[in-house]
Design a protein around this ligand. Structure first.
Ligand code: KIV
Length: 285
């Protein structure tokens, strides 16, 4: 297990003030959390993208609070020092401030989160304010917000035109003023990211496919390792093709079982001759 000290909101801002980029990854399970912790990842997001990457849905919309809590608890067990952010699933915060506070509180009390994230701009500032007023750190998410993928017309870059870009800037300001400690920009042009980062006063701006001029980067773990077969967005650099490696191993397993090449004596357990003979005597009666 890693020996590092717990990453806190304070240590994140120390990094930001020292001009050191912050690393952030999605994670949904214990063994991956263990590896991310060992690798020194600063922040972990248990994203509602788990609906697609782990549960096989076509969108994030069917994901429930129960799904999120179960996976987030597992991630916390594997990554005790990472700054852990729980992603609020569809309709866990949209209906009212009270619903939002209650569900944000569940991430903190039941899953050991350090903060929560929710999607949306100015219209969600009130929710951010309510959650922060309840003593919970809240992150915003602008640009391509997957819970609104239908309204946005698909998985596409947001803010390429000047008017749409200005709206993202206004949204970022509203979220920061409402108390968001962090804003994720997903699939936003790099120049817009730069403007938002330069204007942020007390807020960590993170990029997912939105360029280098943020305070740090987020990637979806399954995209990094070729583990999500359905599509490959442009920002998803493959750092190692684990999907290919696993498929090769699985195919070999099937072949070896069929050819009786697996298992070999070193892979099974034996019994002493005298015990076996006694057993035969016992079952003869
Ligand atoms: O659910 C998730 O993983 C996310 C990312 C797309 C940022 O919200």
């Amino acid at each position: 297990m890693s020996e590092r000290k717990k990453i806190t909101i304070r240590s994140l801002f120390e990094k930001l003030n020292a001009g050191e980029p912050i690393s952030w990854l999605t994670c949904y399970d214990y063994p991956t959390a263990y590896l991310q912790e060992e690798a020194g990842v600063d922040m972990i997001l248990v994203g509602d993208s788990l609906g697609m990457t782990m549960l096989g849905y076509d969108t994030t919309l069917p994901v429930t609070m129960e799904d999120m809590i179960r996976h987030t608890q597992a991630v916390r067990r594997g990554a005790p020092t990472a700054f852990l952010i729980g992603d609020m699933p569809y309709m866990s915060y949209q209906p009212s401030n009270e619903t939002a506070i209650r569900n944000a509180g569940r991430f903190m009390a039941e899953a050991g989160c350090d903060a929560i994230k929710l999607e949306g701009g100015e219209e969600m500032a009130e929710r951010i304010h309510a959650i922060v007023s309840a003593g919970i750190l809240a992150a915003g998410h602008l640009g391509l917000t997957p819970q609104s993928v239908s309204a946005l017309g698909g998985y596409r870059v947001q803010g390429r035109g000047a008017m749409q870009a200005r709206k993202i800037l206004t949204d970022a300001k509203a979220l920061e003023e409402a108390g968001a400690f962090c804003i994720l920009l997903e699939m936003v042009p790099d120049r817009v990211t730069k403007l938002i980062t330069e204007r942020a006063m007390n807020c960590i701006i993170m990029s997912l496919g939105s360029g280098l001029d943020a305070h740090g980067q987020l990637l979806i773990y399954h995209d990094m390792f070729g583990l999500y077969p359905k599509f490959k967005p442009r920002m998803a650099k493959v750092f190692g093709n684990a999907g290919e490696l696993i498929l090769k191993g699985l195919t070999q397993y099937v072949q070896e079982v069929e050819a009786k090449d697996f298992p070999q004596p070193q892979n099974w357990f034996t019994m002493k001759d005298e015990d076996y003979e006694e057993l035969l005597r016992l079952i003869e009666d």
